[in-house]
Structures are given as C-alpha cells and as structure tokens.
Design a protein around this ligand. Sequence first.
Ligand SMILES: [Zn+2]
Length: 276
Amino acid sequence: GTASSGHYIAYCRNNLNNLWYEFDDQSVTEVSESTVQNAEAYVLFYRKSSEEAQKERRRISNLLNIMEPSLLQFYISRQWLNKFKTFAEPGPISNNDFLCIHGGVPPRKAGYIEDLVLMLPQNIWDNLYSRYGGGPAVNHLYICHTCQIEAEKIEKRRKTELEIFIRLNRAFQKEDSPATFYCISMQWFREWESFVKGKDGDPPGPIDNTKIAVTKCGNVMLRQGADSGQISEETWNFLQSIYGGGPEVILRPPVVHVDPDILQAEEKIEVETRSL
Ligand SMILES: [Zn+2]
C-alpha cells in the first residue's frame, strides 16, 4: 500500500509471554522473532522500560497480597491502572475520566461504570495516591443528580424542537405556492438535525448562513450552487428565535403563470392579513 491507503499489519510482542504476534484485521497469529526482524517496518513503537516503575508495580502487588482489611473502599480509573501496569511514567491518577464536573458519575456512563472503575482497599489507594497524586479520591459512586436533570432537560428540548419543526414543515409542504422561501445552510441544518435526533451531542451554535449568502447591490442573495435548504418563514422564525444567527436569505420565486386559483388564494391571504 501507500501512505494514504492499502492494507497494513502489525507485529506486537505480548509482554506476559514475550511471544510475537501478527495482527491482520480480525486474525491474530503467533510468529517467530525472525519474521519480525525481516519485516519492512514503516513505523515502530517502543515500550519505555523503567526499573522504578517495575519496582512500584511489585510493591503494589505485594500490598495486594497482604489484603489488609479496610473500612473504606476507593474507586480508581481502570484507564489509569492500565497506565500504571504498563507505562514507565503513568502520570497523576486520572479519576476524572469517569466523573462529571460535579464529582458524580455522568448518567450516560452509569450503565458501564464497572468497565471504567476498579474498587481498591484503602491502603492501596493511599499508596498510589501519595506516590502519583492526581485524583480526586472517590469512595462513593453515585449518579450525578445535576447532570441527570440537565440530561432530562435537553432530551425534552430535543423532542420539542423536532416536533415543532415537523409540524411547521408539514404545513409548509401543503402550501401550493409560498410567496417566500427562507434558505438555510445545510451544514448548520445537519448539525441541528443530529442534535434533535441523536442521543447525545450538544446543540449547534447560532445559524450560520454566511457560506450560502452573497451580497449584491446591498441585498443578501443566495449564492449559486450553495448547499442550502428551503424552509418557511415560520420555521425560520422558530429556529432563529432559539439559535439566533443569520443572515436572512430570502427567495421570492417569480410568479410565472398566474393560475386563477392561486390568484384567489393570494387575495384571500391579503384579505385575511388586512382583517388582522
Ligand atoms: Zn454532574
């Protein structure tokens, strides 16, 4: 293959049995050391060895064997533990990888929290914590109430926005010949769509029509070949009231052929508008 495409395989050494393996997509096979030595490597990864790290690992595993009874249990990030088991310099304990900013478990991680944390007796925690720092110390796991409320609020918002959009768009589709179309950047629209349809992900920023708009003689017009969609004035106002942004790109389709029915309909709208 080339640098941008092709098929690549990897040779990795298992640190536990010191044997080499070939990783080729879904198949893994044991290979000899000479196979690895004669391969044309294009990238090499080394593992930094450290006497000190080895010593620390031995010290902790000895402590684990003592099994000192402890009143308190502490939770530690499995991700950090993996670093501790394999890295020369594991760095500070990173318990924030399973906590929210409020110090609880984020609701979306609650379902697989066992995959993220390991419970340690107090003496082991104290040892690791005093040696590596970081943290924070966690001896109670709970689903964060603040995040839970926040998640419910955003879920409700998603549903409402989607429902209102569908309703407004249905009404727009039924209109025979709308006098105006509002154009919206599809790039922004897709972001909004994935927010309202998705399970997580943040709401998009303000509507950004700058890429689909072009100013001619002081008027904002639709740029030719722009990636844009058409929505009704009501839908535009609805989205704009929530997200802000702009600019407004309005299309007024020219009336080519005036059908008597359409004329009547237009008159009707006018009369109705006046009576308001
Ligand atoms: Zn929280």
